[in-house]
Ligand binder design. Structure first.
Ligand code: GLN
Length: 306
């Protein structure tokens, strides 16, 4: 059988995902995300070799939310190295991304850097480096994407006005000594970081170092050591999709990170990155259509790492 080109695969995926629209719901606990049309769908592939292919709304910016946690972790690891692991663990949590239960039982040390507690601890680390950690994350993401990206102040304010769960998490951690700055400052910086707007094309470019042994073919610079790159991919594979990470690995088989804006970025080590966006979420906060798209892509191209 003739091998399909990437453009042909994307066209096939866009058809295959059609029955999955309407099955999920846009995030409504951040009010300004609730109004994003559920019909949106974009996908971008960027190869290590330099090919770039997109389909649908791949150039439309959306709220990347928890996907920013990968940039923040990368910055923290580059700044303070393994000391990060005294603040957060490396285990999947098996509980929803904003839960407090394990945190209390485990003395304020979050299971991993991608659940909210872990990301708040990383924000706390970055607050030692800059009064505006979200600005650091924005500039890093823009550098990796090779074009400026912006924080949506409306989305940030909308989340902050409703961030009671994250305030509770930050307060608990402040009490346990695992964050050192004022909880309100940490939560505000975190909400601002999550409100970063990027497109699928930009995300696929920005994640490329994770597919290219740490080197960014876009920025033409080594971003992470090779070993750190492998480790970041291991964390994505085990913790990137919260409490549905097992099912996601079963279906897609790629290190990936999701966000409640409906974006998912997947890494095909050595080969490419794939970013997808569709705002309707499953009950775990991951895009329904996005997951179906990555599953189809992984099956058609046989690119699963597992
Ligand atoms: N800002 C969101 C929150 O804290 C991010 C969650 C996500 O994308 N999974 O709830």
């Amino acid at each position: 059988m003739k091998e399909l080109s990437i453009a042909e695969v994307l066209a096939e995926v866009a058809v295959l995902v059609k029955p999955h629209f309407g099955k999920g719901r846009t995030a409504d606990y951040i009010p300004s995300l609730a109004s994003v049309p559920g019909t949106k769908f974009g996908m971008a592939v960027r190869t290590v070799a330099g090919e770039e292919h997109v389909i649908g709304d791949a150039d439309e910016g959306f709220s990347v939310q928890s996907i920013t946690k990968v940039f923040a972790l990368g910055l923290a690891l580059n700044r303070i190295g393994d000391e990060v692991w005294t603040r957060v663990g490396k285990e999947p949590s098996g509980t929803p991304f904003n839960h407090l239960s394990l945190l209390e039982a485990e003395k304020g040390v979050p299971r991993n850097p991608f659940i909210n507690a872990g990301a708040l601890a990383i924000t706390d680390v970055l607050l030692d480096v800059s009064p505006d950690p979200a600005g650091l994350v924005r500039d890093f993401a823009g550098f990796l994407a090779d074009e400026p990206v912006e924080i949506d102040a409306t989305v940030a304010a909308s989340e902050l006005a409703n961030a009671w769960q994250n305030r509770a998490i930050a307060s608990l951690m402040r009490g346990q000594g695992t964050i050192t700055h004022e909880p309100e400052a940490v939560v505000a910086a975190y909400c601002r970081q999550c409100a970063l707007t990027m497109s699928c094309r930009q995300l696929a470019r920005a994640f490329l170092p994770l597919a290219a042994g740490g080197f960014s073919p876009v920025a033409q610079e080594t971003i992470f050591h090779e070993r750190l790159t492998r480790r970041l991919n291991a964390l994505l594979l085990t913790c990137g999709i919260y409490d549905s990470v097992g099912n996601f690995a079963y279906r897609v088989g790629l290190p990936s990170k999701s966000g409640v804006g409906g974006g998912i970025v997947a890494v095909i080590p050595g080969k490419a990155t794939v970013a997808v966006w569709s705002p309707e979420l499953d009950r775990f906060g991951t895009s329904v259509v996005g997951t179906a798209a990555l599953e189809a892509f992984s099956q058609i191209t046989n690119c699963s790492v597992l």
